[in-house]
Design a protein around this ligand. Structure first.
Ligand code: 5GP
Ligand code: ZN
Length: 112
């Protein structure tokens, strides 16, 4: 989608250090890390919110969580980590979602 920063990273318009990708999703470091380890796992298909998920998106999210589990050592997450997803709501943005392309934060490397 035009003007979406994560779509631009996915299609290579904006450089980023993509550490994993397949047909459905990418994983790259967050530009403003909130912990020593902070990656974003991002479905390639642009959709902003859970409530816009298709059947295919549901499967992609399952594959993302499975992939994270197999990459714990490679990502330096073997002391424990947190995954989180910020979601804007219909009536407000309590979680402060900034990028309206669904993404999963992966945080670790210190006691959170
Ligand atoms: P949100 O608040 O939407 O859940 O999180 C958006 C995240 O995207 C933030 O942690 C922010 O640092 C990250 N981010 C925003 N722009 C870029 C970018 O151009 N490159 C990367 N790698 N991360 C970005
Ligand atoms: Zn997008």
């Amino acid at each position: 989608m035009q003007d979406c920063i994560f779509c631009k990273i996915i299609n290579g318009e904006i450089p980023s250090n993509i550490i994993y990708q397949d047909d459905d999703f990418v994983i790259f470091p967050d530009i403003h890390p909130q912990a020593p380890i902070h990656y974003l796992a991002v479905p390639k298909r642009h959709f902003p919110l859970f409530r816009e998920m298709t059947e295919e998106d549901k499967a992609t999210l399952g594959r993302i969580f499975y992939k994270i589990s197999t990459m714990e050592n490679k990502l330096g997450l073997d002391s424990g980590y947190r995954v989180s997803i910020n979601q804007k709501g219909e009536k407000g943005n309590n979680a402060g979602q900034e990028v309206m392309h669904l993404h999963i934060h992966i945080l670790g490397g210190k006691k959170l």
